[in-house]
Design a protein around this ligand. Structure first.
Ligand code: FAE
Length: 515
């Protein structure tokens, strides 16, 4: 595996300082694909990432803190952690006071909707649950009518899965291990309801997990690690795409660099304003970086904000009115059920989900609900789920000049279709099993958590704000390459699709667009 040894805080050569042929903003899935494909094509490329590189151990000898004992490394400049599941038995026992630091997980608040995102070299791949499903073809075609599905399912989804290191759990081990008892109990309850379950592939190495269980490898997924990073086992982008990109010798990654503005010179050069911060969050410098080709991979929130600001401040006046539209949370809702005393879920739970209830073919109420772990190290009789629903509501962003930021407009009532769909499914499960919802986990006595999402999608939708290959309308040589291309809903977890789409778009861009 290639290391990230060439990553530095400054570009390697002096003449790189103010100009690079190509710049990639962000280092999540779409950005990582762009960086690798540009590097392989021989294009000197600078990647700008606002988070840090997660490659060195803290005083505890680990790179990332555990989920049960979060410290400054866990969250992006916070004084207290903001975990998705903040309570247990209505008690505030989960979150901790921490020192502000460029930690790996951010929760961005936009009124009624909060958005979880990863920060650091690798973006969301550092913090996510690694679930790597491919959307069902019929729904993909509905979401992306202008994209050639044969090409996606024949070439780009397989390539994305291979490059990301997607693998499947060994079914025999799944059936026998105590670490997935929680999933087998939920499967039994689903079966009693007449619902089918499917295995969900992952980028966490399941063979490594088996070694963890056998006591022959250091534990990560079996030590409660997930949303604040995994110290072992997970093939995050810094170990796959980004390592290969740097290995081409053409790609440099600069960390703790936030792109705050973009404008265009009369000769077509894009000029980025880049702010450097230190580990205390102080701005230590601002500089400009010019490039001929600019690839935005700052995620749905980041990319949309950069483009919206550029349009609304007049820096890039030719941008489409579609920039800022078509946002959705992928219909995310979490819920939890209380099991009977004899249905123990186990004190030992792997943090990587491996099974989902697949009721997407239910035309009246399509839901794909992953069986999520709740690894508390004690028996709690809770079955938890992340439901992905088909919610037709869409949000939009506006630019707020007072704060120079993008504001997401999404109201709580826009979640009603998602909550209703999840309720419809889990009411059935509860009826069939004589069980009830848990109301103590999400705050406010709620059985459904609909105030946050892990899957921000849209804002610069493919075929609307961009052409059908991510070229931004109204600005040549400007591209969007991340989750903002997906119009708000996908039916499954999104990173395989974001990766595959980016691969498809980069193939076309590198073949057709002059460099
Ligand atoms: P993303 O990965 O968000 O990367 C954007 C990068 O840009 C980040 O590193 C930012 O720090 C950086 N950035 C933003 N603004 C700027 C700026 N102005 N200047 C410089 N850098 C900037 O983009 N998805 C799945 O498919 N399966 C899962 O199991 C799953 N679980 C998840 C669990 C959690 C806790 C979270 C937060 C997300 C999860 N997701 C999961 C979602 C997935 O990680 C997400 O869809 C992708 O990471 C989005 O990829 P993008 O390329 O859009």
């Amino acid at each position: 595996m290639l290391g990230l040894t060439r990553i530095g805080l400054e570009p390697a050569r002096a003449e790189d300082r103010d100009h690079a042929p190509a710049v990639v903003v962000g280092s999540g899935y779409g950005a990582a694909v762009a960086a690798l494909r540009l590097g392989r094509a021989g294009v000197r490329t600078v990647v700008l990432e606002m988070g840090r590189l997660w490659d060195s151990a803290g005083p505890d000898g680990k790179v990332f803190p555990s989920t049960s004992a979060p410290d400054h490394r866990s969250m992006w400049f916070r004084t207290r952690t903001e975990a998705p599941l903040a309570q247990f038995l209505w008690l505030d026992v989960v979150n901790r006071n921490i020192t502000p630091y460029p930690g790996v997980l951010d929760r961005v608040h936009h009124g009624d909707m909060s958005v979880y995102v990863g920060r650091g070299v690798g973006g969301g791949s550092l913090v996510n649950g690694g679930m790597a499903p491919t959307p069902r073809r019929s729904y993909f075609t509905e979401v992306f009518p202008g994209v050639d599905a044969d090409e996606m399912y024949g070439t780009y989804f397989p390539r994305a899965r291979r490059m990301l290191g997607v693998n499947d759990i060994d079914p025999a081990w799944f059936e026998s291990t105590e670490w997935y008892r929680f999933a087998r109990v939920s499967r039994k309850h689903a079966a009693r309801t007449g619902l089918k379950t499917v295995f969900v592939p992952n980028v966490y190495d399941f063979a490594y997990m088996q070694r963890e269980a056998a006591g022959t490898a250091p534990r990560s997924a079996l030590a409660g690690e997930v949303i604040y990073g995994n110290n072992h086992g997970k093939k995050s982008l810094d170990k796959t795409y980004l390592a290969e990109a740097v290995g081409t010798g053409n790609v440099t990654i600069e960390t703790l660099r936030r792109v705050t503005a973009v404008r265009r010179e009369p000769d077509g050069t894009y000029v980025l304003t880049v702010r450097t911060i230190d580990l205390a969050g102080r701005v230590t410098g601002t500089r400009e970086l010019g490039c001929r080709q600019l690839f935005l991979g700052a995620g749905s929130l980041g990319t949309t904000e950069i483009l919206l600001r550029a349009r609304e401040t007049g820096a890039l006046p030719g941008l489409s009115p579609e920039v800022g539209l078509g946002w959705g949370p992928n219909g995310n809702v979490m819920t939890a059920r209380a099991n009977h005393l004899w249905d123990t879920v186990g004190a030992h739970q792997a943090t990587m989900p491996a099974l989902g209830i697949d009721d997407w073919d239910n035309a009246a109420n399509p839901v794909f609900a992953e069986i999520a772990p709740l690894p508390m190290g004690l028996e709690h009789w809770i079955s938890m789920y992340l439901a992905i629903t088909k919610n037709p509501e869409r949000g939009r962003f506006s630019y707020d000049p007072a704060t120079d930021s993008a504001r997401l407009h999404w109201t709580r009532d826009q979640n009603t279709p998602s909550v209703n769909a999840a309720r419809c499914l889990f009411d059935r499960v509860n009826r069939s099993n004589f069980t009830v919802y848990r109301h103590d986990l999400f705050g406010g006595n709620r059985a459904f958590a609909d105030d946050f999402t892990y899957h921000p999608l849209g804002g610069c939708v493919l075929g609307r704000a961009t052409d059908l290959h991510g070229r931004v309308k109204g600005c040549t040589n400007l591209y969007v390459t991340d989750g903002s291309l997906v119009p708000g809903s996908l039916g499954v977890n999104p990173f395989v699709t974001i990766t595959a789409l980016a691969e498809r778009n980069m193939d076309r861009i590198l073949a057709e667009d002059p460099r």
